[in-house]
Design a protein around this ligand. Structure first.
Ligand code: 8IG
Length: 277
């Protein structure tokens, strides 16, 4: 059904939106929740947030849902979790991200977002761990994404699908986040393909073209969310200063460690934001 080699998403004749609809139907069957109102993708450092959001109603291995595949990245869990919020609405927590650098195709990258939309979600919260360019940032700093620059040379949209990306990162939702933390840092997210981190020259380039955050995930997902008509909130945990900004070399272990120590703070922050949506 959904192993890594055979997926209807790999068939160009099949619409990825149809696959997402099937996935949403399976999700409703397996969770017993007909409709999810908001969806969250939890990246490095954000994983514990799910526990504070509300009561977990169901947790489904992503591999049991059409189009999903197990995550290849340590620190990323491969489940879809249905959570009942205090206000009675339902959140879908996506702990299974496929990155563009995994080379399984951009359809796989945005399948979770399309599934969330097909499941009824009108708000998509995308979180990630990322590198920071602003000099005053320290590992463990959360930052709101205000806009992005997509350097992957890819798009999740197929054919002549001209989607407006003005205000892609919802001013309304950013406003709510700033109510929770008026000091919330913010910046423009630059998506690189990865999986290598940038060279210092690439980081200088990202800064010159208007970037503040460097990452490998969220831009393509945000585009698919906008195509699906969702409101998008993007947040990065700055787990490391981008290459060349500090003298420290970058390591995945350091990224995981920064995520772990920020987890409690991020969980509280995210729960407060979701409570206001
Ligand atoms: I965590 O420094 C994390 N993800 N591109 N650069 C890019 N992605 C990242 C980085 C980083 N840190």
């Amino acid at each position: 059904m959904s192993d890594n080699t055979q997926s209807p998403l790999d068939d160009p004749q099949v619409s990825p939106h149809e696959v997402a609809k099937q996935a949403a139907t399976q999700l409703a069957e397996k969770t017993g929740i007909e409709r999810h109102d908001i969806a969250l993708t939890l990246g490095s450092g954000w994983g514990r947030a799910a526990d504070l959001l509300g009561e977990t109603v169901a947790e489904v291995p992503a591999s049991e849902i059409e189009g999903f595949s197990a995550s290849g990245v340590p620190g990323h869990s491969g489940t879809l979790r249905s959570i009942r919020l205090a206000n009675g609405r339902h959140a879908l927590v996506i702990g299974a991200r496929t990155h563009f650098y995994e080379d399984r195709g951009v359809r796989r990258v945005v399948h979770s977002v399309r599934t969330a939309a097909a499941a009824g979600a009108t708000v998509m919260i995308l979180t990630n761990g990322a590198g920071g360019i602003k000099r005053h940032w320290r590992p463990g700093t959360p930052a709101l994404i205000t806009d992005h620059i997509n350097l992957t040379a890819a798009s999740p949209l197929e054919g002549a699908t001209f989607v407006d990306l003005t205000d892609l990162y919802s001013p309304r939702l950013r406003g709510l986040a700033r109510e929770v933390d008026p000091e919330f840092e913010e910046g423009v997210y630059v998506q690189f393909r990865g999986p290598h981190y940038e060279t210092p020259a690439e980081v200088r380039y990202a800064e010159i073209i208007g970037g503040h955050i460097v990452g490998m995930s969220t831009g393509l997902e945000a585009i698919a969310a906008r195509e699906a008509g969702m409101e998008v909130l993007g947040m990065s945990l700055i787990t490391n200063l981008a290459a060349g900004i500090s003298d420290e070399p970058l390591s995945h272990a350091e990224v995981i460690a920064a995520g772990k120590s920020a987890e409690g703070k991020l969980a509280k922050l995210l729960a407060e934001i979701v409570g206001r949506i």
